[in-house]
Design a protein around this ligand. Structure first.
Ligand SMILES: Nc1nc2c(c(=O)[nH]1)N[C@H]1C(S)=C(S)[C@@H](COP(=O)(O)O)O[C@H]1N2
Ligand SMILES: [Mo]
Length: 407
């Protein structure tokens, strides 16, 4: 039972009237336990405590993205974090009875832990971790790809705390033939079919064993917000965020690549070799996305800003490169003809985004665009225009641009 329903069932008519802001007419005729329509309507902004400028892309399931200027914080607060749900958010979450089972072909013996055990038996670690939906930027692909039309705001970098997945797997004991782990969450399939998972993805065992791969129970020092996986979440920064399972109650250690829902077929895969836009690609020619590509976002000022001639404009933003670090960020004010360097900070830890900033002088009045371009530690740069088209519209890491008017 969700909190609201629980509240209503126990509420007196006076409490209901107070919540409605008026008397309940014909209160004596309302069936016992009935939920007034006014309480059924869900405002996602209130429900998930999101900033009013967040953009709702879908309500079944809930999908909401940030706008670039909302992502200006160095550590993303919950109120500005995108939501990507594949199914229905679990109701009736009871922390005191929540358990996590570790199973699969490659565990010596299946083992179940209570949430309390996970919190007390294992050392707590905290990392700031970049989570970007593989479909971020999908809206720009042509021919278009089906799915949520994310623009630029399906990325976050919050501070996550919990135990290392590695410590958990060491405690369970895993076999030498382990190649992959997979997660199962308690969210339910949109069809209502209890035998179908909305999503069950995972990561290679090497990624699972990284120090930064967490089974998190806190985000930004608080219990994880409901929409982001309360009370327990896998967090594998640098990989498509779909690998970071929310509401998890089971981890499987596999002796083959995990074949859960959205691991197979074309989901979260791109053509192993580039294809022409609109091409049909067979499943055999699609490869699983692992580390996300280098990318950057200008978070200040908001696109469309107007400044006075002669004034310098400060710009700032973040850059990330999946499992790699970012070596430099440049900007251009002449549509990419020339580039100047920005100052770039080190990441607070591996797999966290890095902050860049600079001061820009504009030569005269007029309309400008500021473009930002990052380069990863291996020298790979963001493309200026849309990168390789792919059937599902993943991995658009083209340069972010903002419009500026100098008057
Ligand atoms: N159990 C579960 N985990 C999930 C999902 C989901 O629908 N169910 N969505 C995945 C996808 S596709 C993304 S992009 C991220 C989104 O995380 P967020 O909503 O906390 O931003 O969660 C991932 N983990
Ligand atoms: Mo995603």
């Amino acid at each position: 039972m969700n909190q609201r329903r629980k509240f209503l069932k126990n509420a007196s008519l006076a409490t209901i009237a107070a919540a409605l802001g008026t008397e309940l007419a014909f209160a004596e005729s309302m069936p016992f336990g009935y939920m007034p329509v006014a309480f059924q309507e869900q405002d996602p902004y209130k429900l998930f405590s999101k900033e009013p400028e967040m953009v709702l892309l879908n309500d079944r399931p809930w999908n909401m993205e940030a706008q670039a200027h909302l992502l200006d914080d160095e550590i993303t607060p919950a109120s500005k974090m995108f939501i990507r749900c594949n199914g229905k958010i679990p109701a009736d979450i009871d922390e005191s009875s929540w358990t996590l089972t570790v199973a699969g072909e490659s565990v010596s013996q299946e083992k179940t832990y209570t949430l309390q055990e996970l919190k007390t038996k294992f050392k707590k670690h905290s990392y700031q971790l970049t989570l970007e939906c593989a479909g971020n930027g999908r809206s720009e692909f042509d021919p278009p790809a089906k799915g949520n039309q994310w623009t630029i705001g399906a990325v976050s970098c919050a501070n996550w705390s919990g135990l290392r997945l590695k410590d958990l797997l060491d405690d369970v004991g895993i076999e030498d033939n382990a190649v992959y782990i997979g997660y199962y969450g308690k969210d339910t399939h949109l069809s209502g079919d209890p035998n179908k998972d909305p999503i069950s993805r995972g990561v290679p065992i090497e990624k699972a064993m990284l120090e930064e791969t967490l089974i998190a129970y806190e985000m930004n020092g608080e219990p994880i917000p409901l929409a982001h996986g309360y009370p327990l979440r896998l967090v594998a920064g640098g990989y498509p965020a779909s690998a970071s399972g929310k509401w998890i109650d089971k981890i499987v250690v596999r002796d083959q690549v995990h074949d859960g829902t959205k691991m197979t077929g074309q989901a979260y895969r791109v053509p192993c070799d580039p294809v022409a836009p609109g091409a049909e690609v067979s499943n055999d020619d699609m490869c699983i996305i692992e580390s996300m590509p280098v990318k950057s976002i200008i978070t200040y000022p908001k696109s469309g800003a107007i400044i006075k001639e002669g004034r310098e404009l400060e710009i700032r933003g973040h850059a990330w490169a999946g499992e790699l670090s970012v070596q430099s960020v440049e900007y251009s004010i002449d549509f990419g003809s020339t580039w100047q360097s920005c100052s770039l900070k080190e990441a607070s830890n591996r797999l966290a985004w890095q902050h860049f900033s600079t001061q820009i002088k504009f030569p005269r009045t007029g309309y400008y665009e500021v473009w930002a371009r990052a380069k990863d530690q291996n020298g790979k740069q963001q493309p200026m225009i849309l990168p390789g088209w792919n059937p599902k519209g993943y991995l658009n890491n083209a340069c972010h641009r903002i419009a500026i008017k100098v008057v």
